[in-house]
Design a protein around this ligand. Structure first.
Ligand code: HSE
Length: 335
C-alpha cells in the first residue's frame, strides 16, 4: 500500500520506526507492505514512488526537515497530497482546535483525490466531523481516526465493534492524560503549578498546555466519540466545558477524606456533552491515575464495561495508525 505521511513529529516518526521494526511480521501476519511514497513536514517534503528509505528519512528529519532527504526543500503539502499516487494519506500535522487547519485542508484534498485518510489530528474531526464523514462517503473513501482518542487504547473500536448489536445509552471517562497526571500528583501533595510543570517536562501536555488544562482536548475527544459511537452530529461548540485550573489542593484533600478523587470527566448521555472536574469514588473502575485514560460505556443489554489504557505517546498512537491501515487494507484491497 502506498502511503503519504503528512506531518513528521512524534507520531509520524514513531510510525516510521514502527514500520521499520514490524515490516516482516506485517507481511507474514497481515499480508501488508506499506510504502511511504511521500512525507511532508512543516519545512519540506520527500517523494519517492518506489518508497522512501525510512532510516534515511528519520536521519533527514534529525537534520531539521524531511526536505533534507534529497536536499530539496520544496514544501507544498496540498500539491503532494493531490499529485503523488497513493492509496492512503496519514494526517499527523499539529492539532488546531480553533481553525482545524492545516489538517482539514489536507484531509479534504486527500478525499477529493480518492485517497483513504487516517487522521491522528483531532482538530478537523472535533470541528467538522459530520461534514468530513459525508465527504468521505461521497468520495467512496474511508476516514479513520483511532489514534485521536485513547492513544493506542482501542476505545473507539471497542464501542463500535465489540458492542455492535447493543445500544450504548451513555459513556463517561477520563480522556486527557495530562490533566489526570496533574490531578493525581495534586493528590500526592504537589501544587497545581508544579504538577503542570512536571507534566510539561515529561512531554504529556499539548504544545499549548491550556488545551489540556482548560478541557479542550478532552472536549475534542468527547466530540469524536459522540459522533462515531453514538451517531450524534456534534462539534466543539456543543460541549459544556470546565477545565481543572480552579481545582485546589484542598478540594482534592476533601475528596480524599470521602474516599473519592477529583477527575476531569467527559460525559455523553445521548443528548448532552460535558467536560468538568467531578468527584469520583476510588472504587469506580474509571478512577485511574497518572496519564491513563478510562471510559465506561453503559449499554442497554450488556450493562457497563470499562476500558483502560495509555491515552498518549508516540508509539502508542502509531500503533493505532497501523490498526487503521490494516482495516483500510482489509476492507478495500484484500483479495
Ligand atoms: N495532551 C493529550 C493528553 C495527548 O494529555 O491526553 C494525547 O491526546
Amino acid at each position: 500500500m502506498r502511503v503519504i505521511l503528512v506531518g513528521f513529529g512524534v507520531v509520524g516518526q514513531s510510525f516510521a520506526k514502527l514500520l521499520l521494526s514490524r515490516s516482516a511480521d506485517l507481511y507474514s501476519q497481515h499480508g501488508i507492505k506499506p510504502r511511504i511514497v511521500a512525507c511532508v513536514d512543516n519545512k519540506g517534503s520527500a517523494v519517492s514512488p518506489a518508497g522512501l528509505d525510512l532510516e534515511r528519512l528519520l536521519a533527514a528529519k534529525k537534520k531539521g526537515t524531511v526536505g533534507m532527504y534529497e536536499k530539496k526543500e520544496s514544501f507544498d503539502p496540498i500539491h503532494v497530497i493531490e499529485n503523488v499516487d497513493a492509496e492512503v494519506v496519514i494526517e499527523c500535522s499539529p492539532t488546531n482546535l480553533t481553525t482545524g487547519e492545516p489538517g482539514t485542508s489536507h484531509i479534504i484534498s486527500a478525499m477529493r483525490t480518492g485517497k483513504h485518510v487516517i487522521s491522528v489530528n483531532k482538530g478537523p474531526l472535533a470541528l467538522a466531523f459530520p461534514s468530513l464523514i459525508e465527504l468521505a462517503n461521497y468520495n467512496g473513501v474511508m476516514l479513520r481516526f483511532s489514534g485521536t482518542v485513547g492513544g493506542g487504547t482501542p476505545i473507539l473500536e471497542f464501542a463500535k465493534r465489540c458492542l455492535k448489536g447493543d445500544r450504548i445509552i451513555s459513556f463517561q471517562g477520563i480522556l486527557n492524560g495530562t490533566t489526570n497526571y496533574i490531578l493525581s500528583k495534586m493528590e500526592e501533595g504537589l501544587t497545581y503549578e508544579s504538577a503542570l510543570a512536571d507534566a510539561k517536562e515529561k512531554g504529556y501536555a499539548e504544545a499549548n498546555s491550556a488545551l489540556d488544562t482548560d478541557g479542550y482536548d478532552a472536549a475534542a475527544k468527547l466530540v469524536i466519540m459522540s459522533n462515531w459511537v453514538m451517531g450524534m452530529k456534534v462539534t466543539m461548540k456543543d460541549v459544556a466545558r470546565t477545565g481543572i485550573s480552579g481545582v485546589k489542593v484542598s478540594d482534592v484533600g476533601r475528596a480524599r477524606e470521602r474516599s473519592n478523587a477529583i477527575k476531569l470527566i467527559a460525559a455523553c448521555d445521548s443528548r448532552r456533552l460535558e467536560v468538568r472536574p467531578t468527584e469520583v469514588s476510588k472504587k469506580d473502575p474509571i478512577c485511574v491515575n497518572g496519564t491513563l485514560n478510562a471510559v465506561t460505556f453503559s449499554s442497554e443489554h450488556s450493562g457497563q464495561q470499562t476500558i483502560i489504557g495509555r491515552g498518549a505517546g508516540g508509539m502508542e498512537t502509531a500503533s493505532a495508525v497501523l490498526r487503521d491501515l490494516i482495516e483500510i487494507r482489509d476492507t478495500n484491497f484484500a483479495s
